[in-house]
Ligand binder design. Sequence first.
Ligand code: NAP
Length: 282
Amino acid sequence: MKRTRFTTKNCTALITGATAGLGAEFARQLAPIAARLILVGRREDRLTALASELRASRSDLRIDTIVADLSQSSERERLAAGIIREEIPLNLLVNNAGLGDLGSFDNADWSRLAPVLEVNVVALTHLTHLLLPMLRAQVGQSSAGILNVSSIAGFYPLPEMAVYAASKAYVTSFSEALRMELAPAGITVTALCPGPVPTEFFQVATRDGETIRAMDRSHPAFATSPELVVRDALRGLEKDKPGVIPNRLLALLVRGSRLLPFPVIREAIRLGAGPKKPKVNS
Ligand SMILES: NC(=O)c1ccc[n+]([C@@H]2O[C@H](COP(=O)([O-])OP(=O)(O)OC[C@H]3O[C@@H](n4cnc5c(N)ncnc54)[C@H](OP(=O)(O)O)[C@@H]3O)[C@@H](O)[C@H]2O)c1
């Protein structure tokens, strides 16, 4: 069967985590070309403000805002039931909502770890499962795609971000397998694996009373703007790429590191993680 390449032109896209960072940027970059956007997040005021901003730039764009806490199974079911009931011709699912927790596993509060797993892993999988029939229904009439926002952290086990890194390893692995399963059905699946991006992520991931921020600890050459990350992600999806690492230097390092035996990687991570020097706020 000849596959139709996924195109964002006239797409109907559901974007989770659209209230901030990469999710809001996905909405901004898709707004000029999409037919309809469904923006999802918990902060209603942010969703409303973003929808007004996008409508001001394009009055004929259909925008739905849905307030949902994706860590709750019932909220995910309510969200999907609405899409199915309204027969929204969804052909792009951007599973972007996610969060992290920085600090040792030993000292972590379960109340901070549970949402990392529930949103990054369970919600992404559950929403994909719930909405796949809608995407499938669009193949033939248009094209269909799933963009899962993973992370470069998913390539390595990372001390002080153990649960987050493992959650993103799941996202990358799940995306690769799903891609193989759905290829015959004509549905494109791409995993986006950015390095550090200046969003609210590090603020959310930093524990109360802690001052260390991963963004400050990583090399500036690894930082990539949300605009560039999203641009590369959408291009990668349209080119049917299995994975996208938006920063060239990081992409090179990841590819290079995959040629190394795992004990070498493990040692490099152990040395790199080193003893933490607490940052003092001035
Ligand atoms: N920033 C980075 O350096 C970086 C690097 C690699 C990968 N990523 C990934 O990129 C994705 C987007 O993160 P970001 O950097 O844009 O961070 P961000 O600015 O903190 O945005 C995270 C988004 O996720 C949503 N979210 C969190 N918990 C939610 C919940 N329970 N229910 C519904 N929505 C929820 C937030 O919306 P509400 O709070 O309004 O619900 C927000 O819109 C995440 O998957 C993250 O892991 C980020």
